[in-house]
Design a protein around this ligand. Structure first.
Ligand code: SF4
Length: 377
């Protein structure tokens, strides 16, 4: 799950466009080079589907001692004050999200995005009631559930699978952030890679799509870590990705480290270049739900540039354009339409030729290529 306070790009996909028509333009331009969630849904439903971010009033097990104490070092502590948060009902939140979206669009379909905190951290019957409540609304066509990988028992996966079997759109959003246990320990994440592997694998075995959240710029990490994290997630198997730069926000341990000069955030150009590298390295069939994120300006300390969302999205688009590149251009993996993702590029094939070969073989329904590619992997 994401630290409280971080506004997702995906959330902006539904809400910020109301105030900022630039969103429509940049999203269209980005979609030429990145397989975005917006485009994915548009293709699937023949119309734009909007996410509405919800706060179900749940909390986080990395705070209350059941999984850890103190929370992630980058997570805003104030948001956990016992009486600091009384969200409106889910119906009210949906209604206000809908109203905001309909000021600018004729949207008729929505996905209920359980965003805040750990949205599987409750008894399964409570979760069922919570999810069913939003699915009662006739224009809600599915659920996106943000959570931690160590907080999704098999009965919750069974529940999500039930919704999926009813033909509803379901995405399990797992906050991994880094594939390096050392980094996860350093930021007091309270889980390691193993929990992510177990949950992502179990979810995908049931056919539940998984979207992994990754942070660029965690303490002690560099480009080799970001690439290795992406490769690990791709090796495990994933359906969607969210990227954002690490933000230093008020009332966090990270803010103390930053003030003491023990943590230096990435600069804007670095982030744009790294995000473009990761996008190029990602096979085309994987859906990007977000390529940056912002924190509310009242709590954001650094990096300042991260509040300029359009600027970053434009920067990523410009970077890819200048490289004459796009998602998957530098992948060494199978780029087939059904995304087996298991193949690895080997010389003398170029990445482009490799991707094309995979695509043709997949379209032809061949499975032989998977074996061949696995063999060379
Ligand atoms: S998992 Fe970490 S980032 Fe997410 S809410 Fe809990 S403490 Fe905050």
């Amino acid at each position: 799950m994401l630290p409280f306070g971080l506004k997702h790009w995906a959330q902006h996909a539904s809400l910020s466009r109301i105030a900022d028509p630039q969103f429509e333009v940049i999203q269209m331009v980005l979609s030429d080079r990145i397989h975005t969630y917006g485009q994915h849904l548009l293709r699937r439903y023949g119309e734009r589907v909007h996410k509405i971010a919800l706060d179900a009033g749940l909390t986080c097990p990395n705070r209350d001692g059941s999984k850890g104490i103190g929370g992630c070092t980058f997570c805003n502590n104030d948001s956990f004050s016992p009486n600091g948060r009384t969200p409106p009902t889910l119906h009210e939140q949906l209604e206000s999200g809908r109203r905001a979206i309909r000021r600018r669009t004729r949207a008729t379909k929505f996905i209920a995005y359980f965003q805040a905190y750990t949205n599987t951290y409750a008894k399964v019957e409570q979760l069922r009631a919570m999810y069913e409540e939003v699915l009662q609304e006739p224009d809600v066509i599915g659920l996106s559930i943000g959570t931690r990988p160590d907080c999704v028992p098999s009965e919750v996966l069974d529940l999500l699978d039930e919704f999926r079997a009813r033909g509803l759109e379901v995405v399990l959003e797992l906050g991994l952030q880094s594939a390096f246990d050392e980094t996860l320990r350093r930021v007091n994440r309270g889980h390691g890679l193993a929990e992510y592997v177990a949950t992502a694998t179990a979810a995908r075995q049931r056919g539940i799509p998984v979207c992994a959240h990754l942070i660029v710029g965690l303490p002690g990490e560099d480009e080799a870590h970001y690439h290795a994290t992406l490769d690990t997630v791709l090796d495990i198997g994933v359906d969607g990705l969210k990227l954002h730069p690490l933000h230093v926000v008020k009332h966090t341990l990270l803010a103390q480290e930053w003030r003491r000069g023990k943590y230096t955030p990435l600069d804007r150009e670095e982030y744009i270049r790294i995000a473009a590298d990761l996008i190029e390295r990602t096979p085309e069939h994987i859906v990007y739900h977000r390529v940056t994120g912002t924190s509310p300006k009242e709590i954001l300390l650094a990096p300042e540039w991260s509040s300029q969302k359009w600027n970053i999205l434009n920067g990523i688009e410009r970077e890819l354009r200048q490289r004459d590149s796009r998602q998957g251009a530098a992948t060494t993996r199978c780029g087939g339409a059904d995304g087996c993702g298991s193949g690895r590029l080997q010389p003398p094939l170029t990445p482009g030729a490799f991707a094309e070969m995979c695509r043709r073989r997949h379209l032809a329904g061949s499975t032989l290529i998977f074996k061949e590619l696995r063999h060379v992997a």
